[in-house]
Design a protein around this ligand. Structure first.
Ligand code: G3I
Length: 402
């Protein structure tokens, strides 16, 4: 079973010294890229993929809606990789044991192939948008571990097998690491974990994916991978997979970031740790929201009624724009320094017209405020490089001027 040679070295304990990578990265930055920040324009004849052709593919998450009309023109112009936002997930593509919904996933693959665009598969095993039937036996009782793993294998063989040779990289397992600050809890207690009585469903998923498509690059994908506690938990999982000789090629850092999160040091530390294991990195779902984190309820008060209108944000003001430009510039200044380890950067959604991060609230309240009708609001996140009219933002200029 072949997997990345660098991972082989790592599994034999030849971990690259982290300090050497940090020094190398600093030298590269100081010598090669005096990044200009005064640039105010970009070349209309070039797209992100052209600016970064010597670095890594630049991708975007797509839905059926984005394959037609103005979005599709922007995708073809700017990107050379796509990821189906929802259409290849377990629930949408395999809603019951003998039913597969191939239509949308096939359309996205056909679109990409016809435009010579790489395809990232997303995802083969997740606790969310799951195929709920997989966890139930014939009379509704929980399935055994053996039956669940057989169903997972059949699913992966069917999906990864169908797109063999077309999908070049898979998010094999998504978000299996615990999100809390409890350092004793490494793994999310998902249905997968509970029925398999531990994390070895993760090893199995990678094994099945490699058997289904030996040439696809296989990634573990998660968010908040730069936060110290979660970073260490992800590191433990990755190290275990390598020691188990799982056919893993790299880690997907989703990069659902905020105006001040991650810090430069947190980003570098996460990259240094993962690459010291001999793994590649893909930023798989990048966006930088301007929305403020939900305020914690004041001591002694109860959280707002569930579904209550979220606090409206300040909107895309010039001050907020400056912060977003600076965060994107910081991130890409660092990402370019790690180009030998980074094999894809993908944005999650096409433009600020529609982001999964846009908040919706209001309408008929539930719970204690039942029956109260508050105005429906959409609180925009403005997280991407293209505005609501699909025009390049100042953040785009900052990302391509180096
Ligand atoms: O397709 C149904 C539609 O038939 C139905 O009428 C409608 C209303 O209920 O729901 C539609 O499904 C929605 C789906 O997006 C497609 O639009 C789901 O409710 C909704 O939950 C789902 O949200 C997706 C979310 O993952 C699910 O957790 C987001 O679009 C998608 O951007 C988001 O992406 C995830 C990555 O896969 C993993 N990393 C985190 C990232 C953000 O959560």
């Amino acid at each position: 079973m072949a997997f990345s040679t660098t991972a082989k070295k790592a599994s034999r304990g030849m971990l690259l010294p982290v300090i050497a990578i940090s020094v190398l990265s600093f030298v590269q930055c100081a010598s090669k890229h005096s990044v200009t920040t005064s640039a105010t324009a970009s070349n209309p004849d070039k797209g992100l993929k052209d600016y970064y052709k010597d670095y890594f593919p630049v991708g975007v998450a797509v839905s059926m809606a984005s394959l037609h009309g103005p979005d599709s023109a922007l995708i073809v112009k700017e990107f050379n990789s796509v990821t189906p936002e929802n259409d290849m997930k377990m629930g949408p593509i395999h809603p019951s044991e003998n039913v597969y919904n191939w239509k949308n996933a096939d359309a996205i693959v056909d679109f990409a192939v016809s435009h010579h665009i790489k395809i990232r598969g997303h995802n083969l095993c997740w606790h969310n948008q799951e195929a709920a039937w997989m966890f139930k036996g014939s009379n509704g009782e929980p399935v055994t571990k053996e039956l669940l793993l057989q169903r997972l294998k059949d699913h992966i063989f069917a999906v990864a097998g169908r797109y063999k040779g077309k999908i070049y990289a898979w998010d094999v397992v998504n978000e299996a690491v615990d999100d809390s600050d409890d350092t004793t809890q490494v793994y999310r207690k998902s249905n997968w974990y509970k029925i398999c009585n531990g994390p070895d469903f993760i090893d199995s998923a990678f094994k099945y994916a490699h058997e289904a498509d030996p040439n696809a690059k296989l990634y573990y994908n998660d968010y908040n991978s730069e936060h110290p506690v979660k970073r260490e938990k992800i590191y433990k999982l990755l190290k275990k997979l390598i020691e188990d000789h799982a056919p893993i090629d790299g880690v997907g850092m989703q990069a659902h970031w905020k105006l001040n999160d991650p810090s430069p040091d947190e980003l570098r530390k996460a990259l240094d740790e993962v690459t010291s294991l001999g793994l590649k990195v893909q930023f798989t779902e990048m966006d930088i929201t301007i929305r403020l984190p939900k305020p914690n309820p004041a001591p002694g008060t109860t959280p707002a009624v569930a579904g209550a209108t979220p606090t409206p944000d300040q909107g895309y003001t010039p001050e907020v724009e400056v912060k977003q430009v600076a965060q994107y510039k910081m991130a890409f200044d660092i990402i370019r320094q790690y180009k030998k380890f980074i094999t894809n950067v993908t944005f999650w959604n096409v433009s600020d017209r529609a982001s999964w991060l846009d908040g919706r609230g209001g309408g008929i309240m539930g719970g204690a405020a039942a029956g109260v009708n508050t105005p429906r609001v959409v609180i925009k996140a403005y997280p991407l490089l293209f505005d609501e009219n699909r025009q390049r933002k100042k953040a785009y200029i900052a990302v391509v001027n180096f």
